[in-house]
Design a protein around this ligand. Structure first.
Ligand SMILES: *Cc1c(COP(=O)(O)O)cnc(C)c1O
Length: 296
C-alpha cells in the first residue's frame, strides 16, 4: 500500500481591523483541513515514519503520549488508515476521556504507565516489545529527522511570498521542518515559533538538532500562559472571538496561543507596514473537547 494521500491545505486571508490599521496582510494555512483526525502537522510528521516502518516490514506502531495527546490519536488513525496495528503508552494513571475514546475507536491498544517508567521510553519499548519483530518505535510527539522532513514540504506548497511565518511549537520538530523548507527554497521569510510549554528557551536546542543547516529564527517564549495546556480568561476570550469572527475553529493549547501572540505583536507594532504574514493552523481541534469547562 502506498502510504500517502492528497493534501488539501489552502491559504485563507484573515480579515481584522487591527491588521488593516497596521497595513498588514495576514493569512492562515489550513493544515487543520488535511484530515479530520490525523490533523495538521501530525500527518506531515508521520508520513515518512510510516513509510520507514513499511520499508522495515514493521506492522505494529508503538508510541507515547499524554492522555490528551493529538499525536497518539493521529498515530491511532494513521495506523488504521494504512493497515498497521498500534499501541500507545499513556502517561499517568488510567483515565478515560474523549481523546482516548477516539484512540480506542481506531483500534489502538492503550497501556497506562506511571510517570516514573514513562520517562524511559526505550526501556518501556524493550520491556513490552523486545520479542515483537514487527514493532516500530515512534518517539513521543513523533520527534525525529523524518518528521521534520515531512514538515518541510509545507514550504514547497506555498505559492505566494511571506515576510513572516508563525507556528506553535511543542517538540519543535514542525518548526525545524519549516525552517529547513525555507532554507531549501532560499526564502528570506522570517520564522517565528511560539513555544506552548514553559521551557521556551530550551526549545532552541531541540529545533537546532533537526536543522539541515544553521538558520536564524525567532522564538517568542512569553506566550505559554503558564505551561502546556494552561489557559487564562484572556486566552479563552481570544479563542472565542477568533472562532466567532472568522469561522475557523482553533483550540487554546497550540494554535490559540500562536495566534494570540501574532495579534499581540501586531498590536504592539512589531511588524513593518506592508508585511505579509502566514500563520500555520496545525490542527488539534479535538483537543477542544477536553477543555469545554474552560469556556463556561
Ligand atoms: C503536536 C502539535 C503541535 C506541535 O508540534 P511539534 O512538532 O511537536 O512542535 C502544534 N500544534 C498542534 C495542534 C499539535 O497537535
Amino acid at each position: 500500500m502506498n502510504i500517502d494521500f492528497e493534501i488539501f491545505s489552502p491559504v485563507h486571508q484573515i480579515q481584522d481591523k487591527l491588521f488593516d490599521e497596521q497595513g498588514l496582510k495576514v493569512f492562515i494555512k489550513r493544515d487543520d483541513l488535511i484530515h479530520p483526525v490525523i490533523s495538521g502537522n501530525k500527518w506531515r510528521k508521520l508520513k515518512y515514519l510510516l513509510k520507514q516502518a513499511q520499508t522495515e516490514n514493521k506492522t505494529h506502531l508503538i508510541t507515547f503520549g499524554g492522555a490528551y495527546s493529538n499525536h497518539l490519536l493521529a498515530v491511532a488513525a494513521a495506523a488504521a488508515r494504512f493497515g498497521f496495528k498500534s499501541t500507545g503508552f499513556v502517561r499517568g494513571e488510567q483515565v478515560s476521556n474523549d481523546t482516548l475514546f477516539l484512540c480506542r475507536l481506531h483500534g489502538m491498544n492503550l497501556i497506562f504507565t506511571d510517570r516514573e517508567s514513562y520517562r524511559d521510553k526505550s526501556s518501556l519499548f524493550d520491556k513490552h516489545f523486545a520479542d515483537d519483530r514487527k514493532a516500530f518505535f515512534i518517539d513521543e510527539g513523533g520527534a525525529s529527522v523524518l518528521a521534520a522532513k515531512g514538515c518541510s514540504e509545507l514550504v514547497d506548497e506555498l505559492t505566494d511570498p511571506y515576510n513572516h511565518i508563525f507556528c506553535a511549537c511543542g517538540t519543535g520538530t514542525t518548526a525545524a521542518g519549516i525552517i529547513n523548507g525555507l532554507s531549501a527554497n532560499h526564502l528570506p521569510t522570517r520564522f517565528h515559533g511560539i513555544p506552548v510549554l514553559k521551557n521556551g528557551g530550551f526549545l532552541r536546542q531541540d529545533v537546532n538538532a533537526f536543522l539541515t543547516e544553521p538558520a536564524d529564527y525567532q522564538l517568542h517564549t512569553e506566550y505559554h500562559f503558564g505551561g502546556y495546556g494552561k489557559v487564562d480568561e484572556q486566552l479563552i476570550e481570544f479563542v472565542r472571538q477568533f472562532v466567532a469572527s472568522t469561522g475557523i475553529l482553533i483550540e487554546p493549547v497550540y494554535t490559540g496561543k500562536m495566534l494570540y501572540a501574532l495579534y499581540d505583536l501586531a498590536g504592539k507594532k512589531y511588524f513593518e507596514s506592508g508585511s505579509r504574514i502566514l500563520a500555520i493552523h496545525t490542527g488539534g481541534i479535538w483537543g477542544l473537547l477536553g477543555m469545554k469547562d474552560k469556556f463556561i
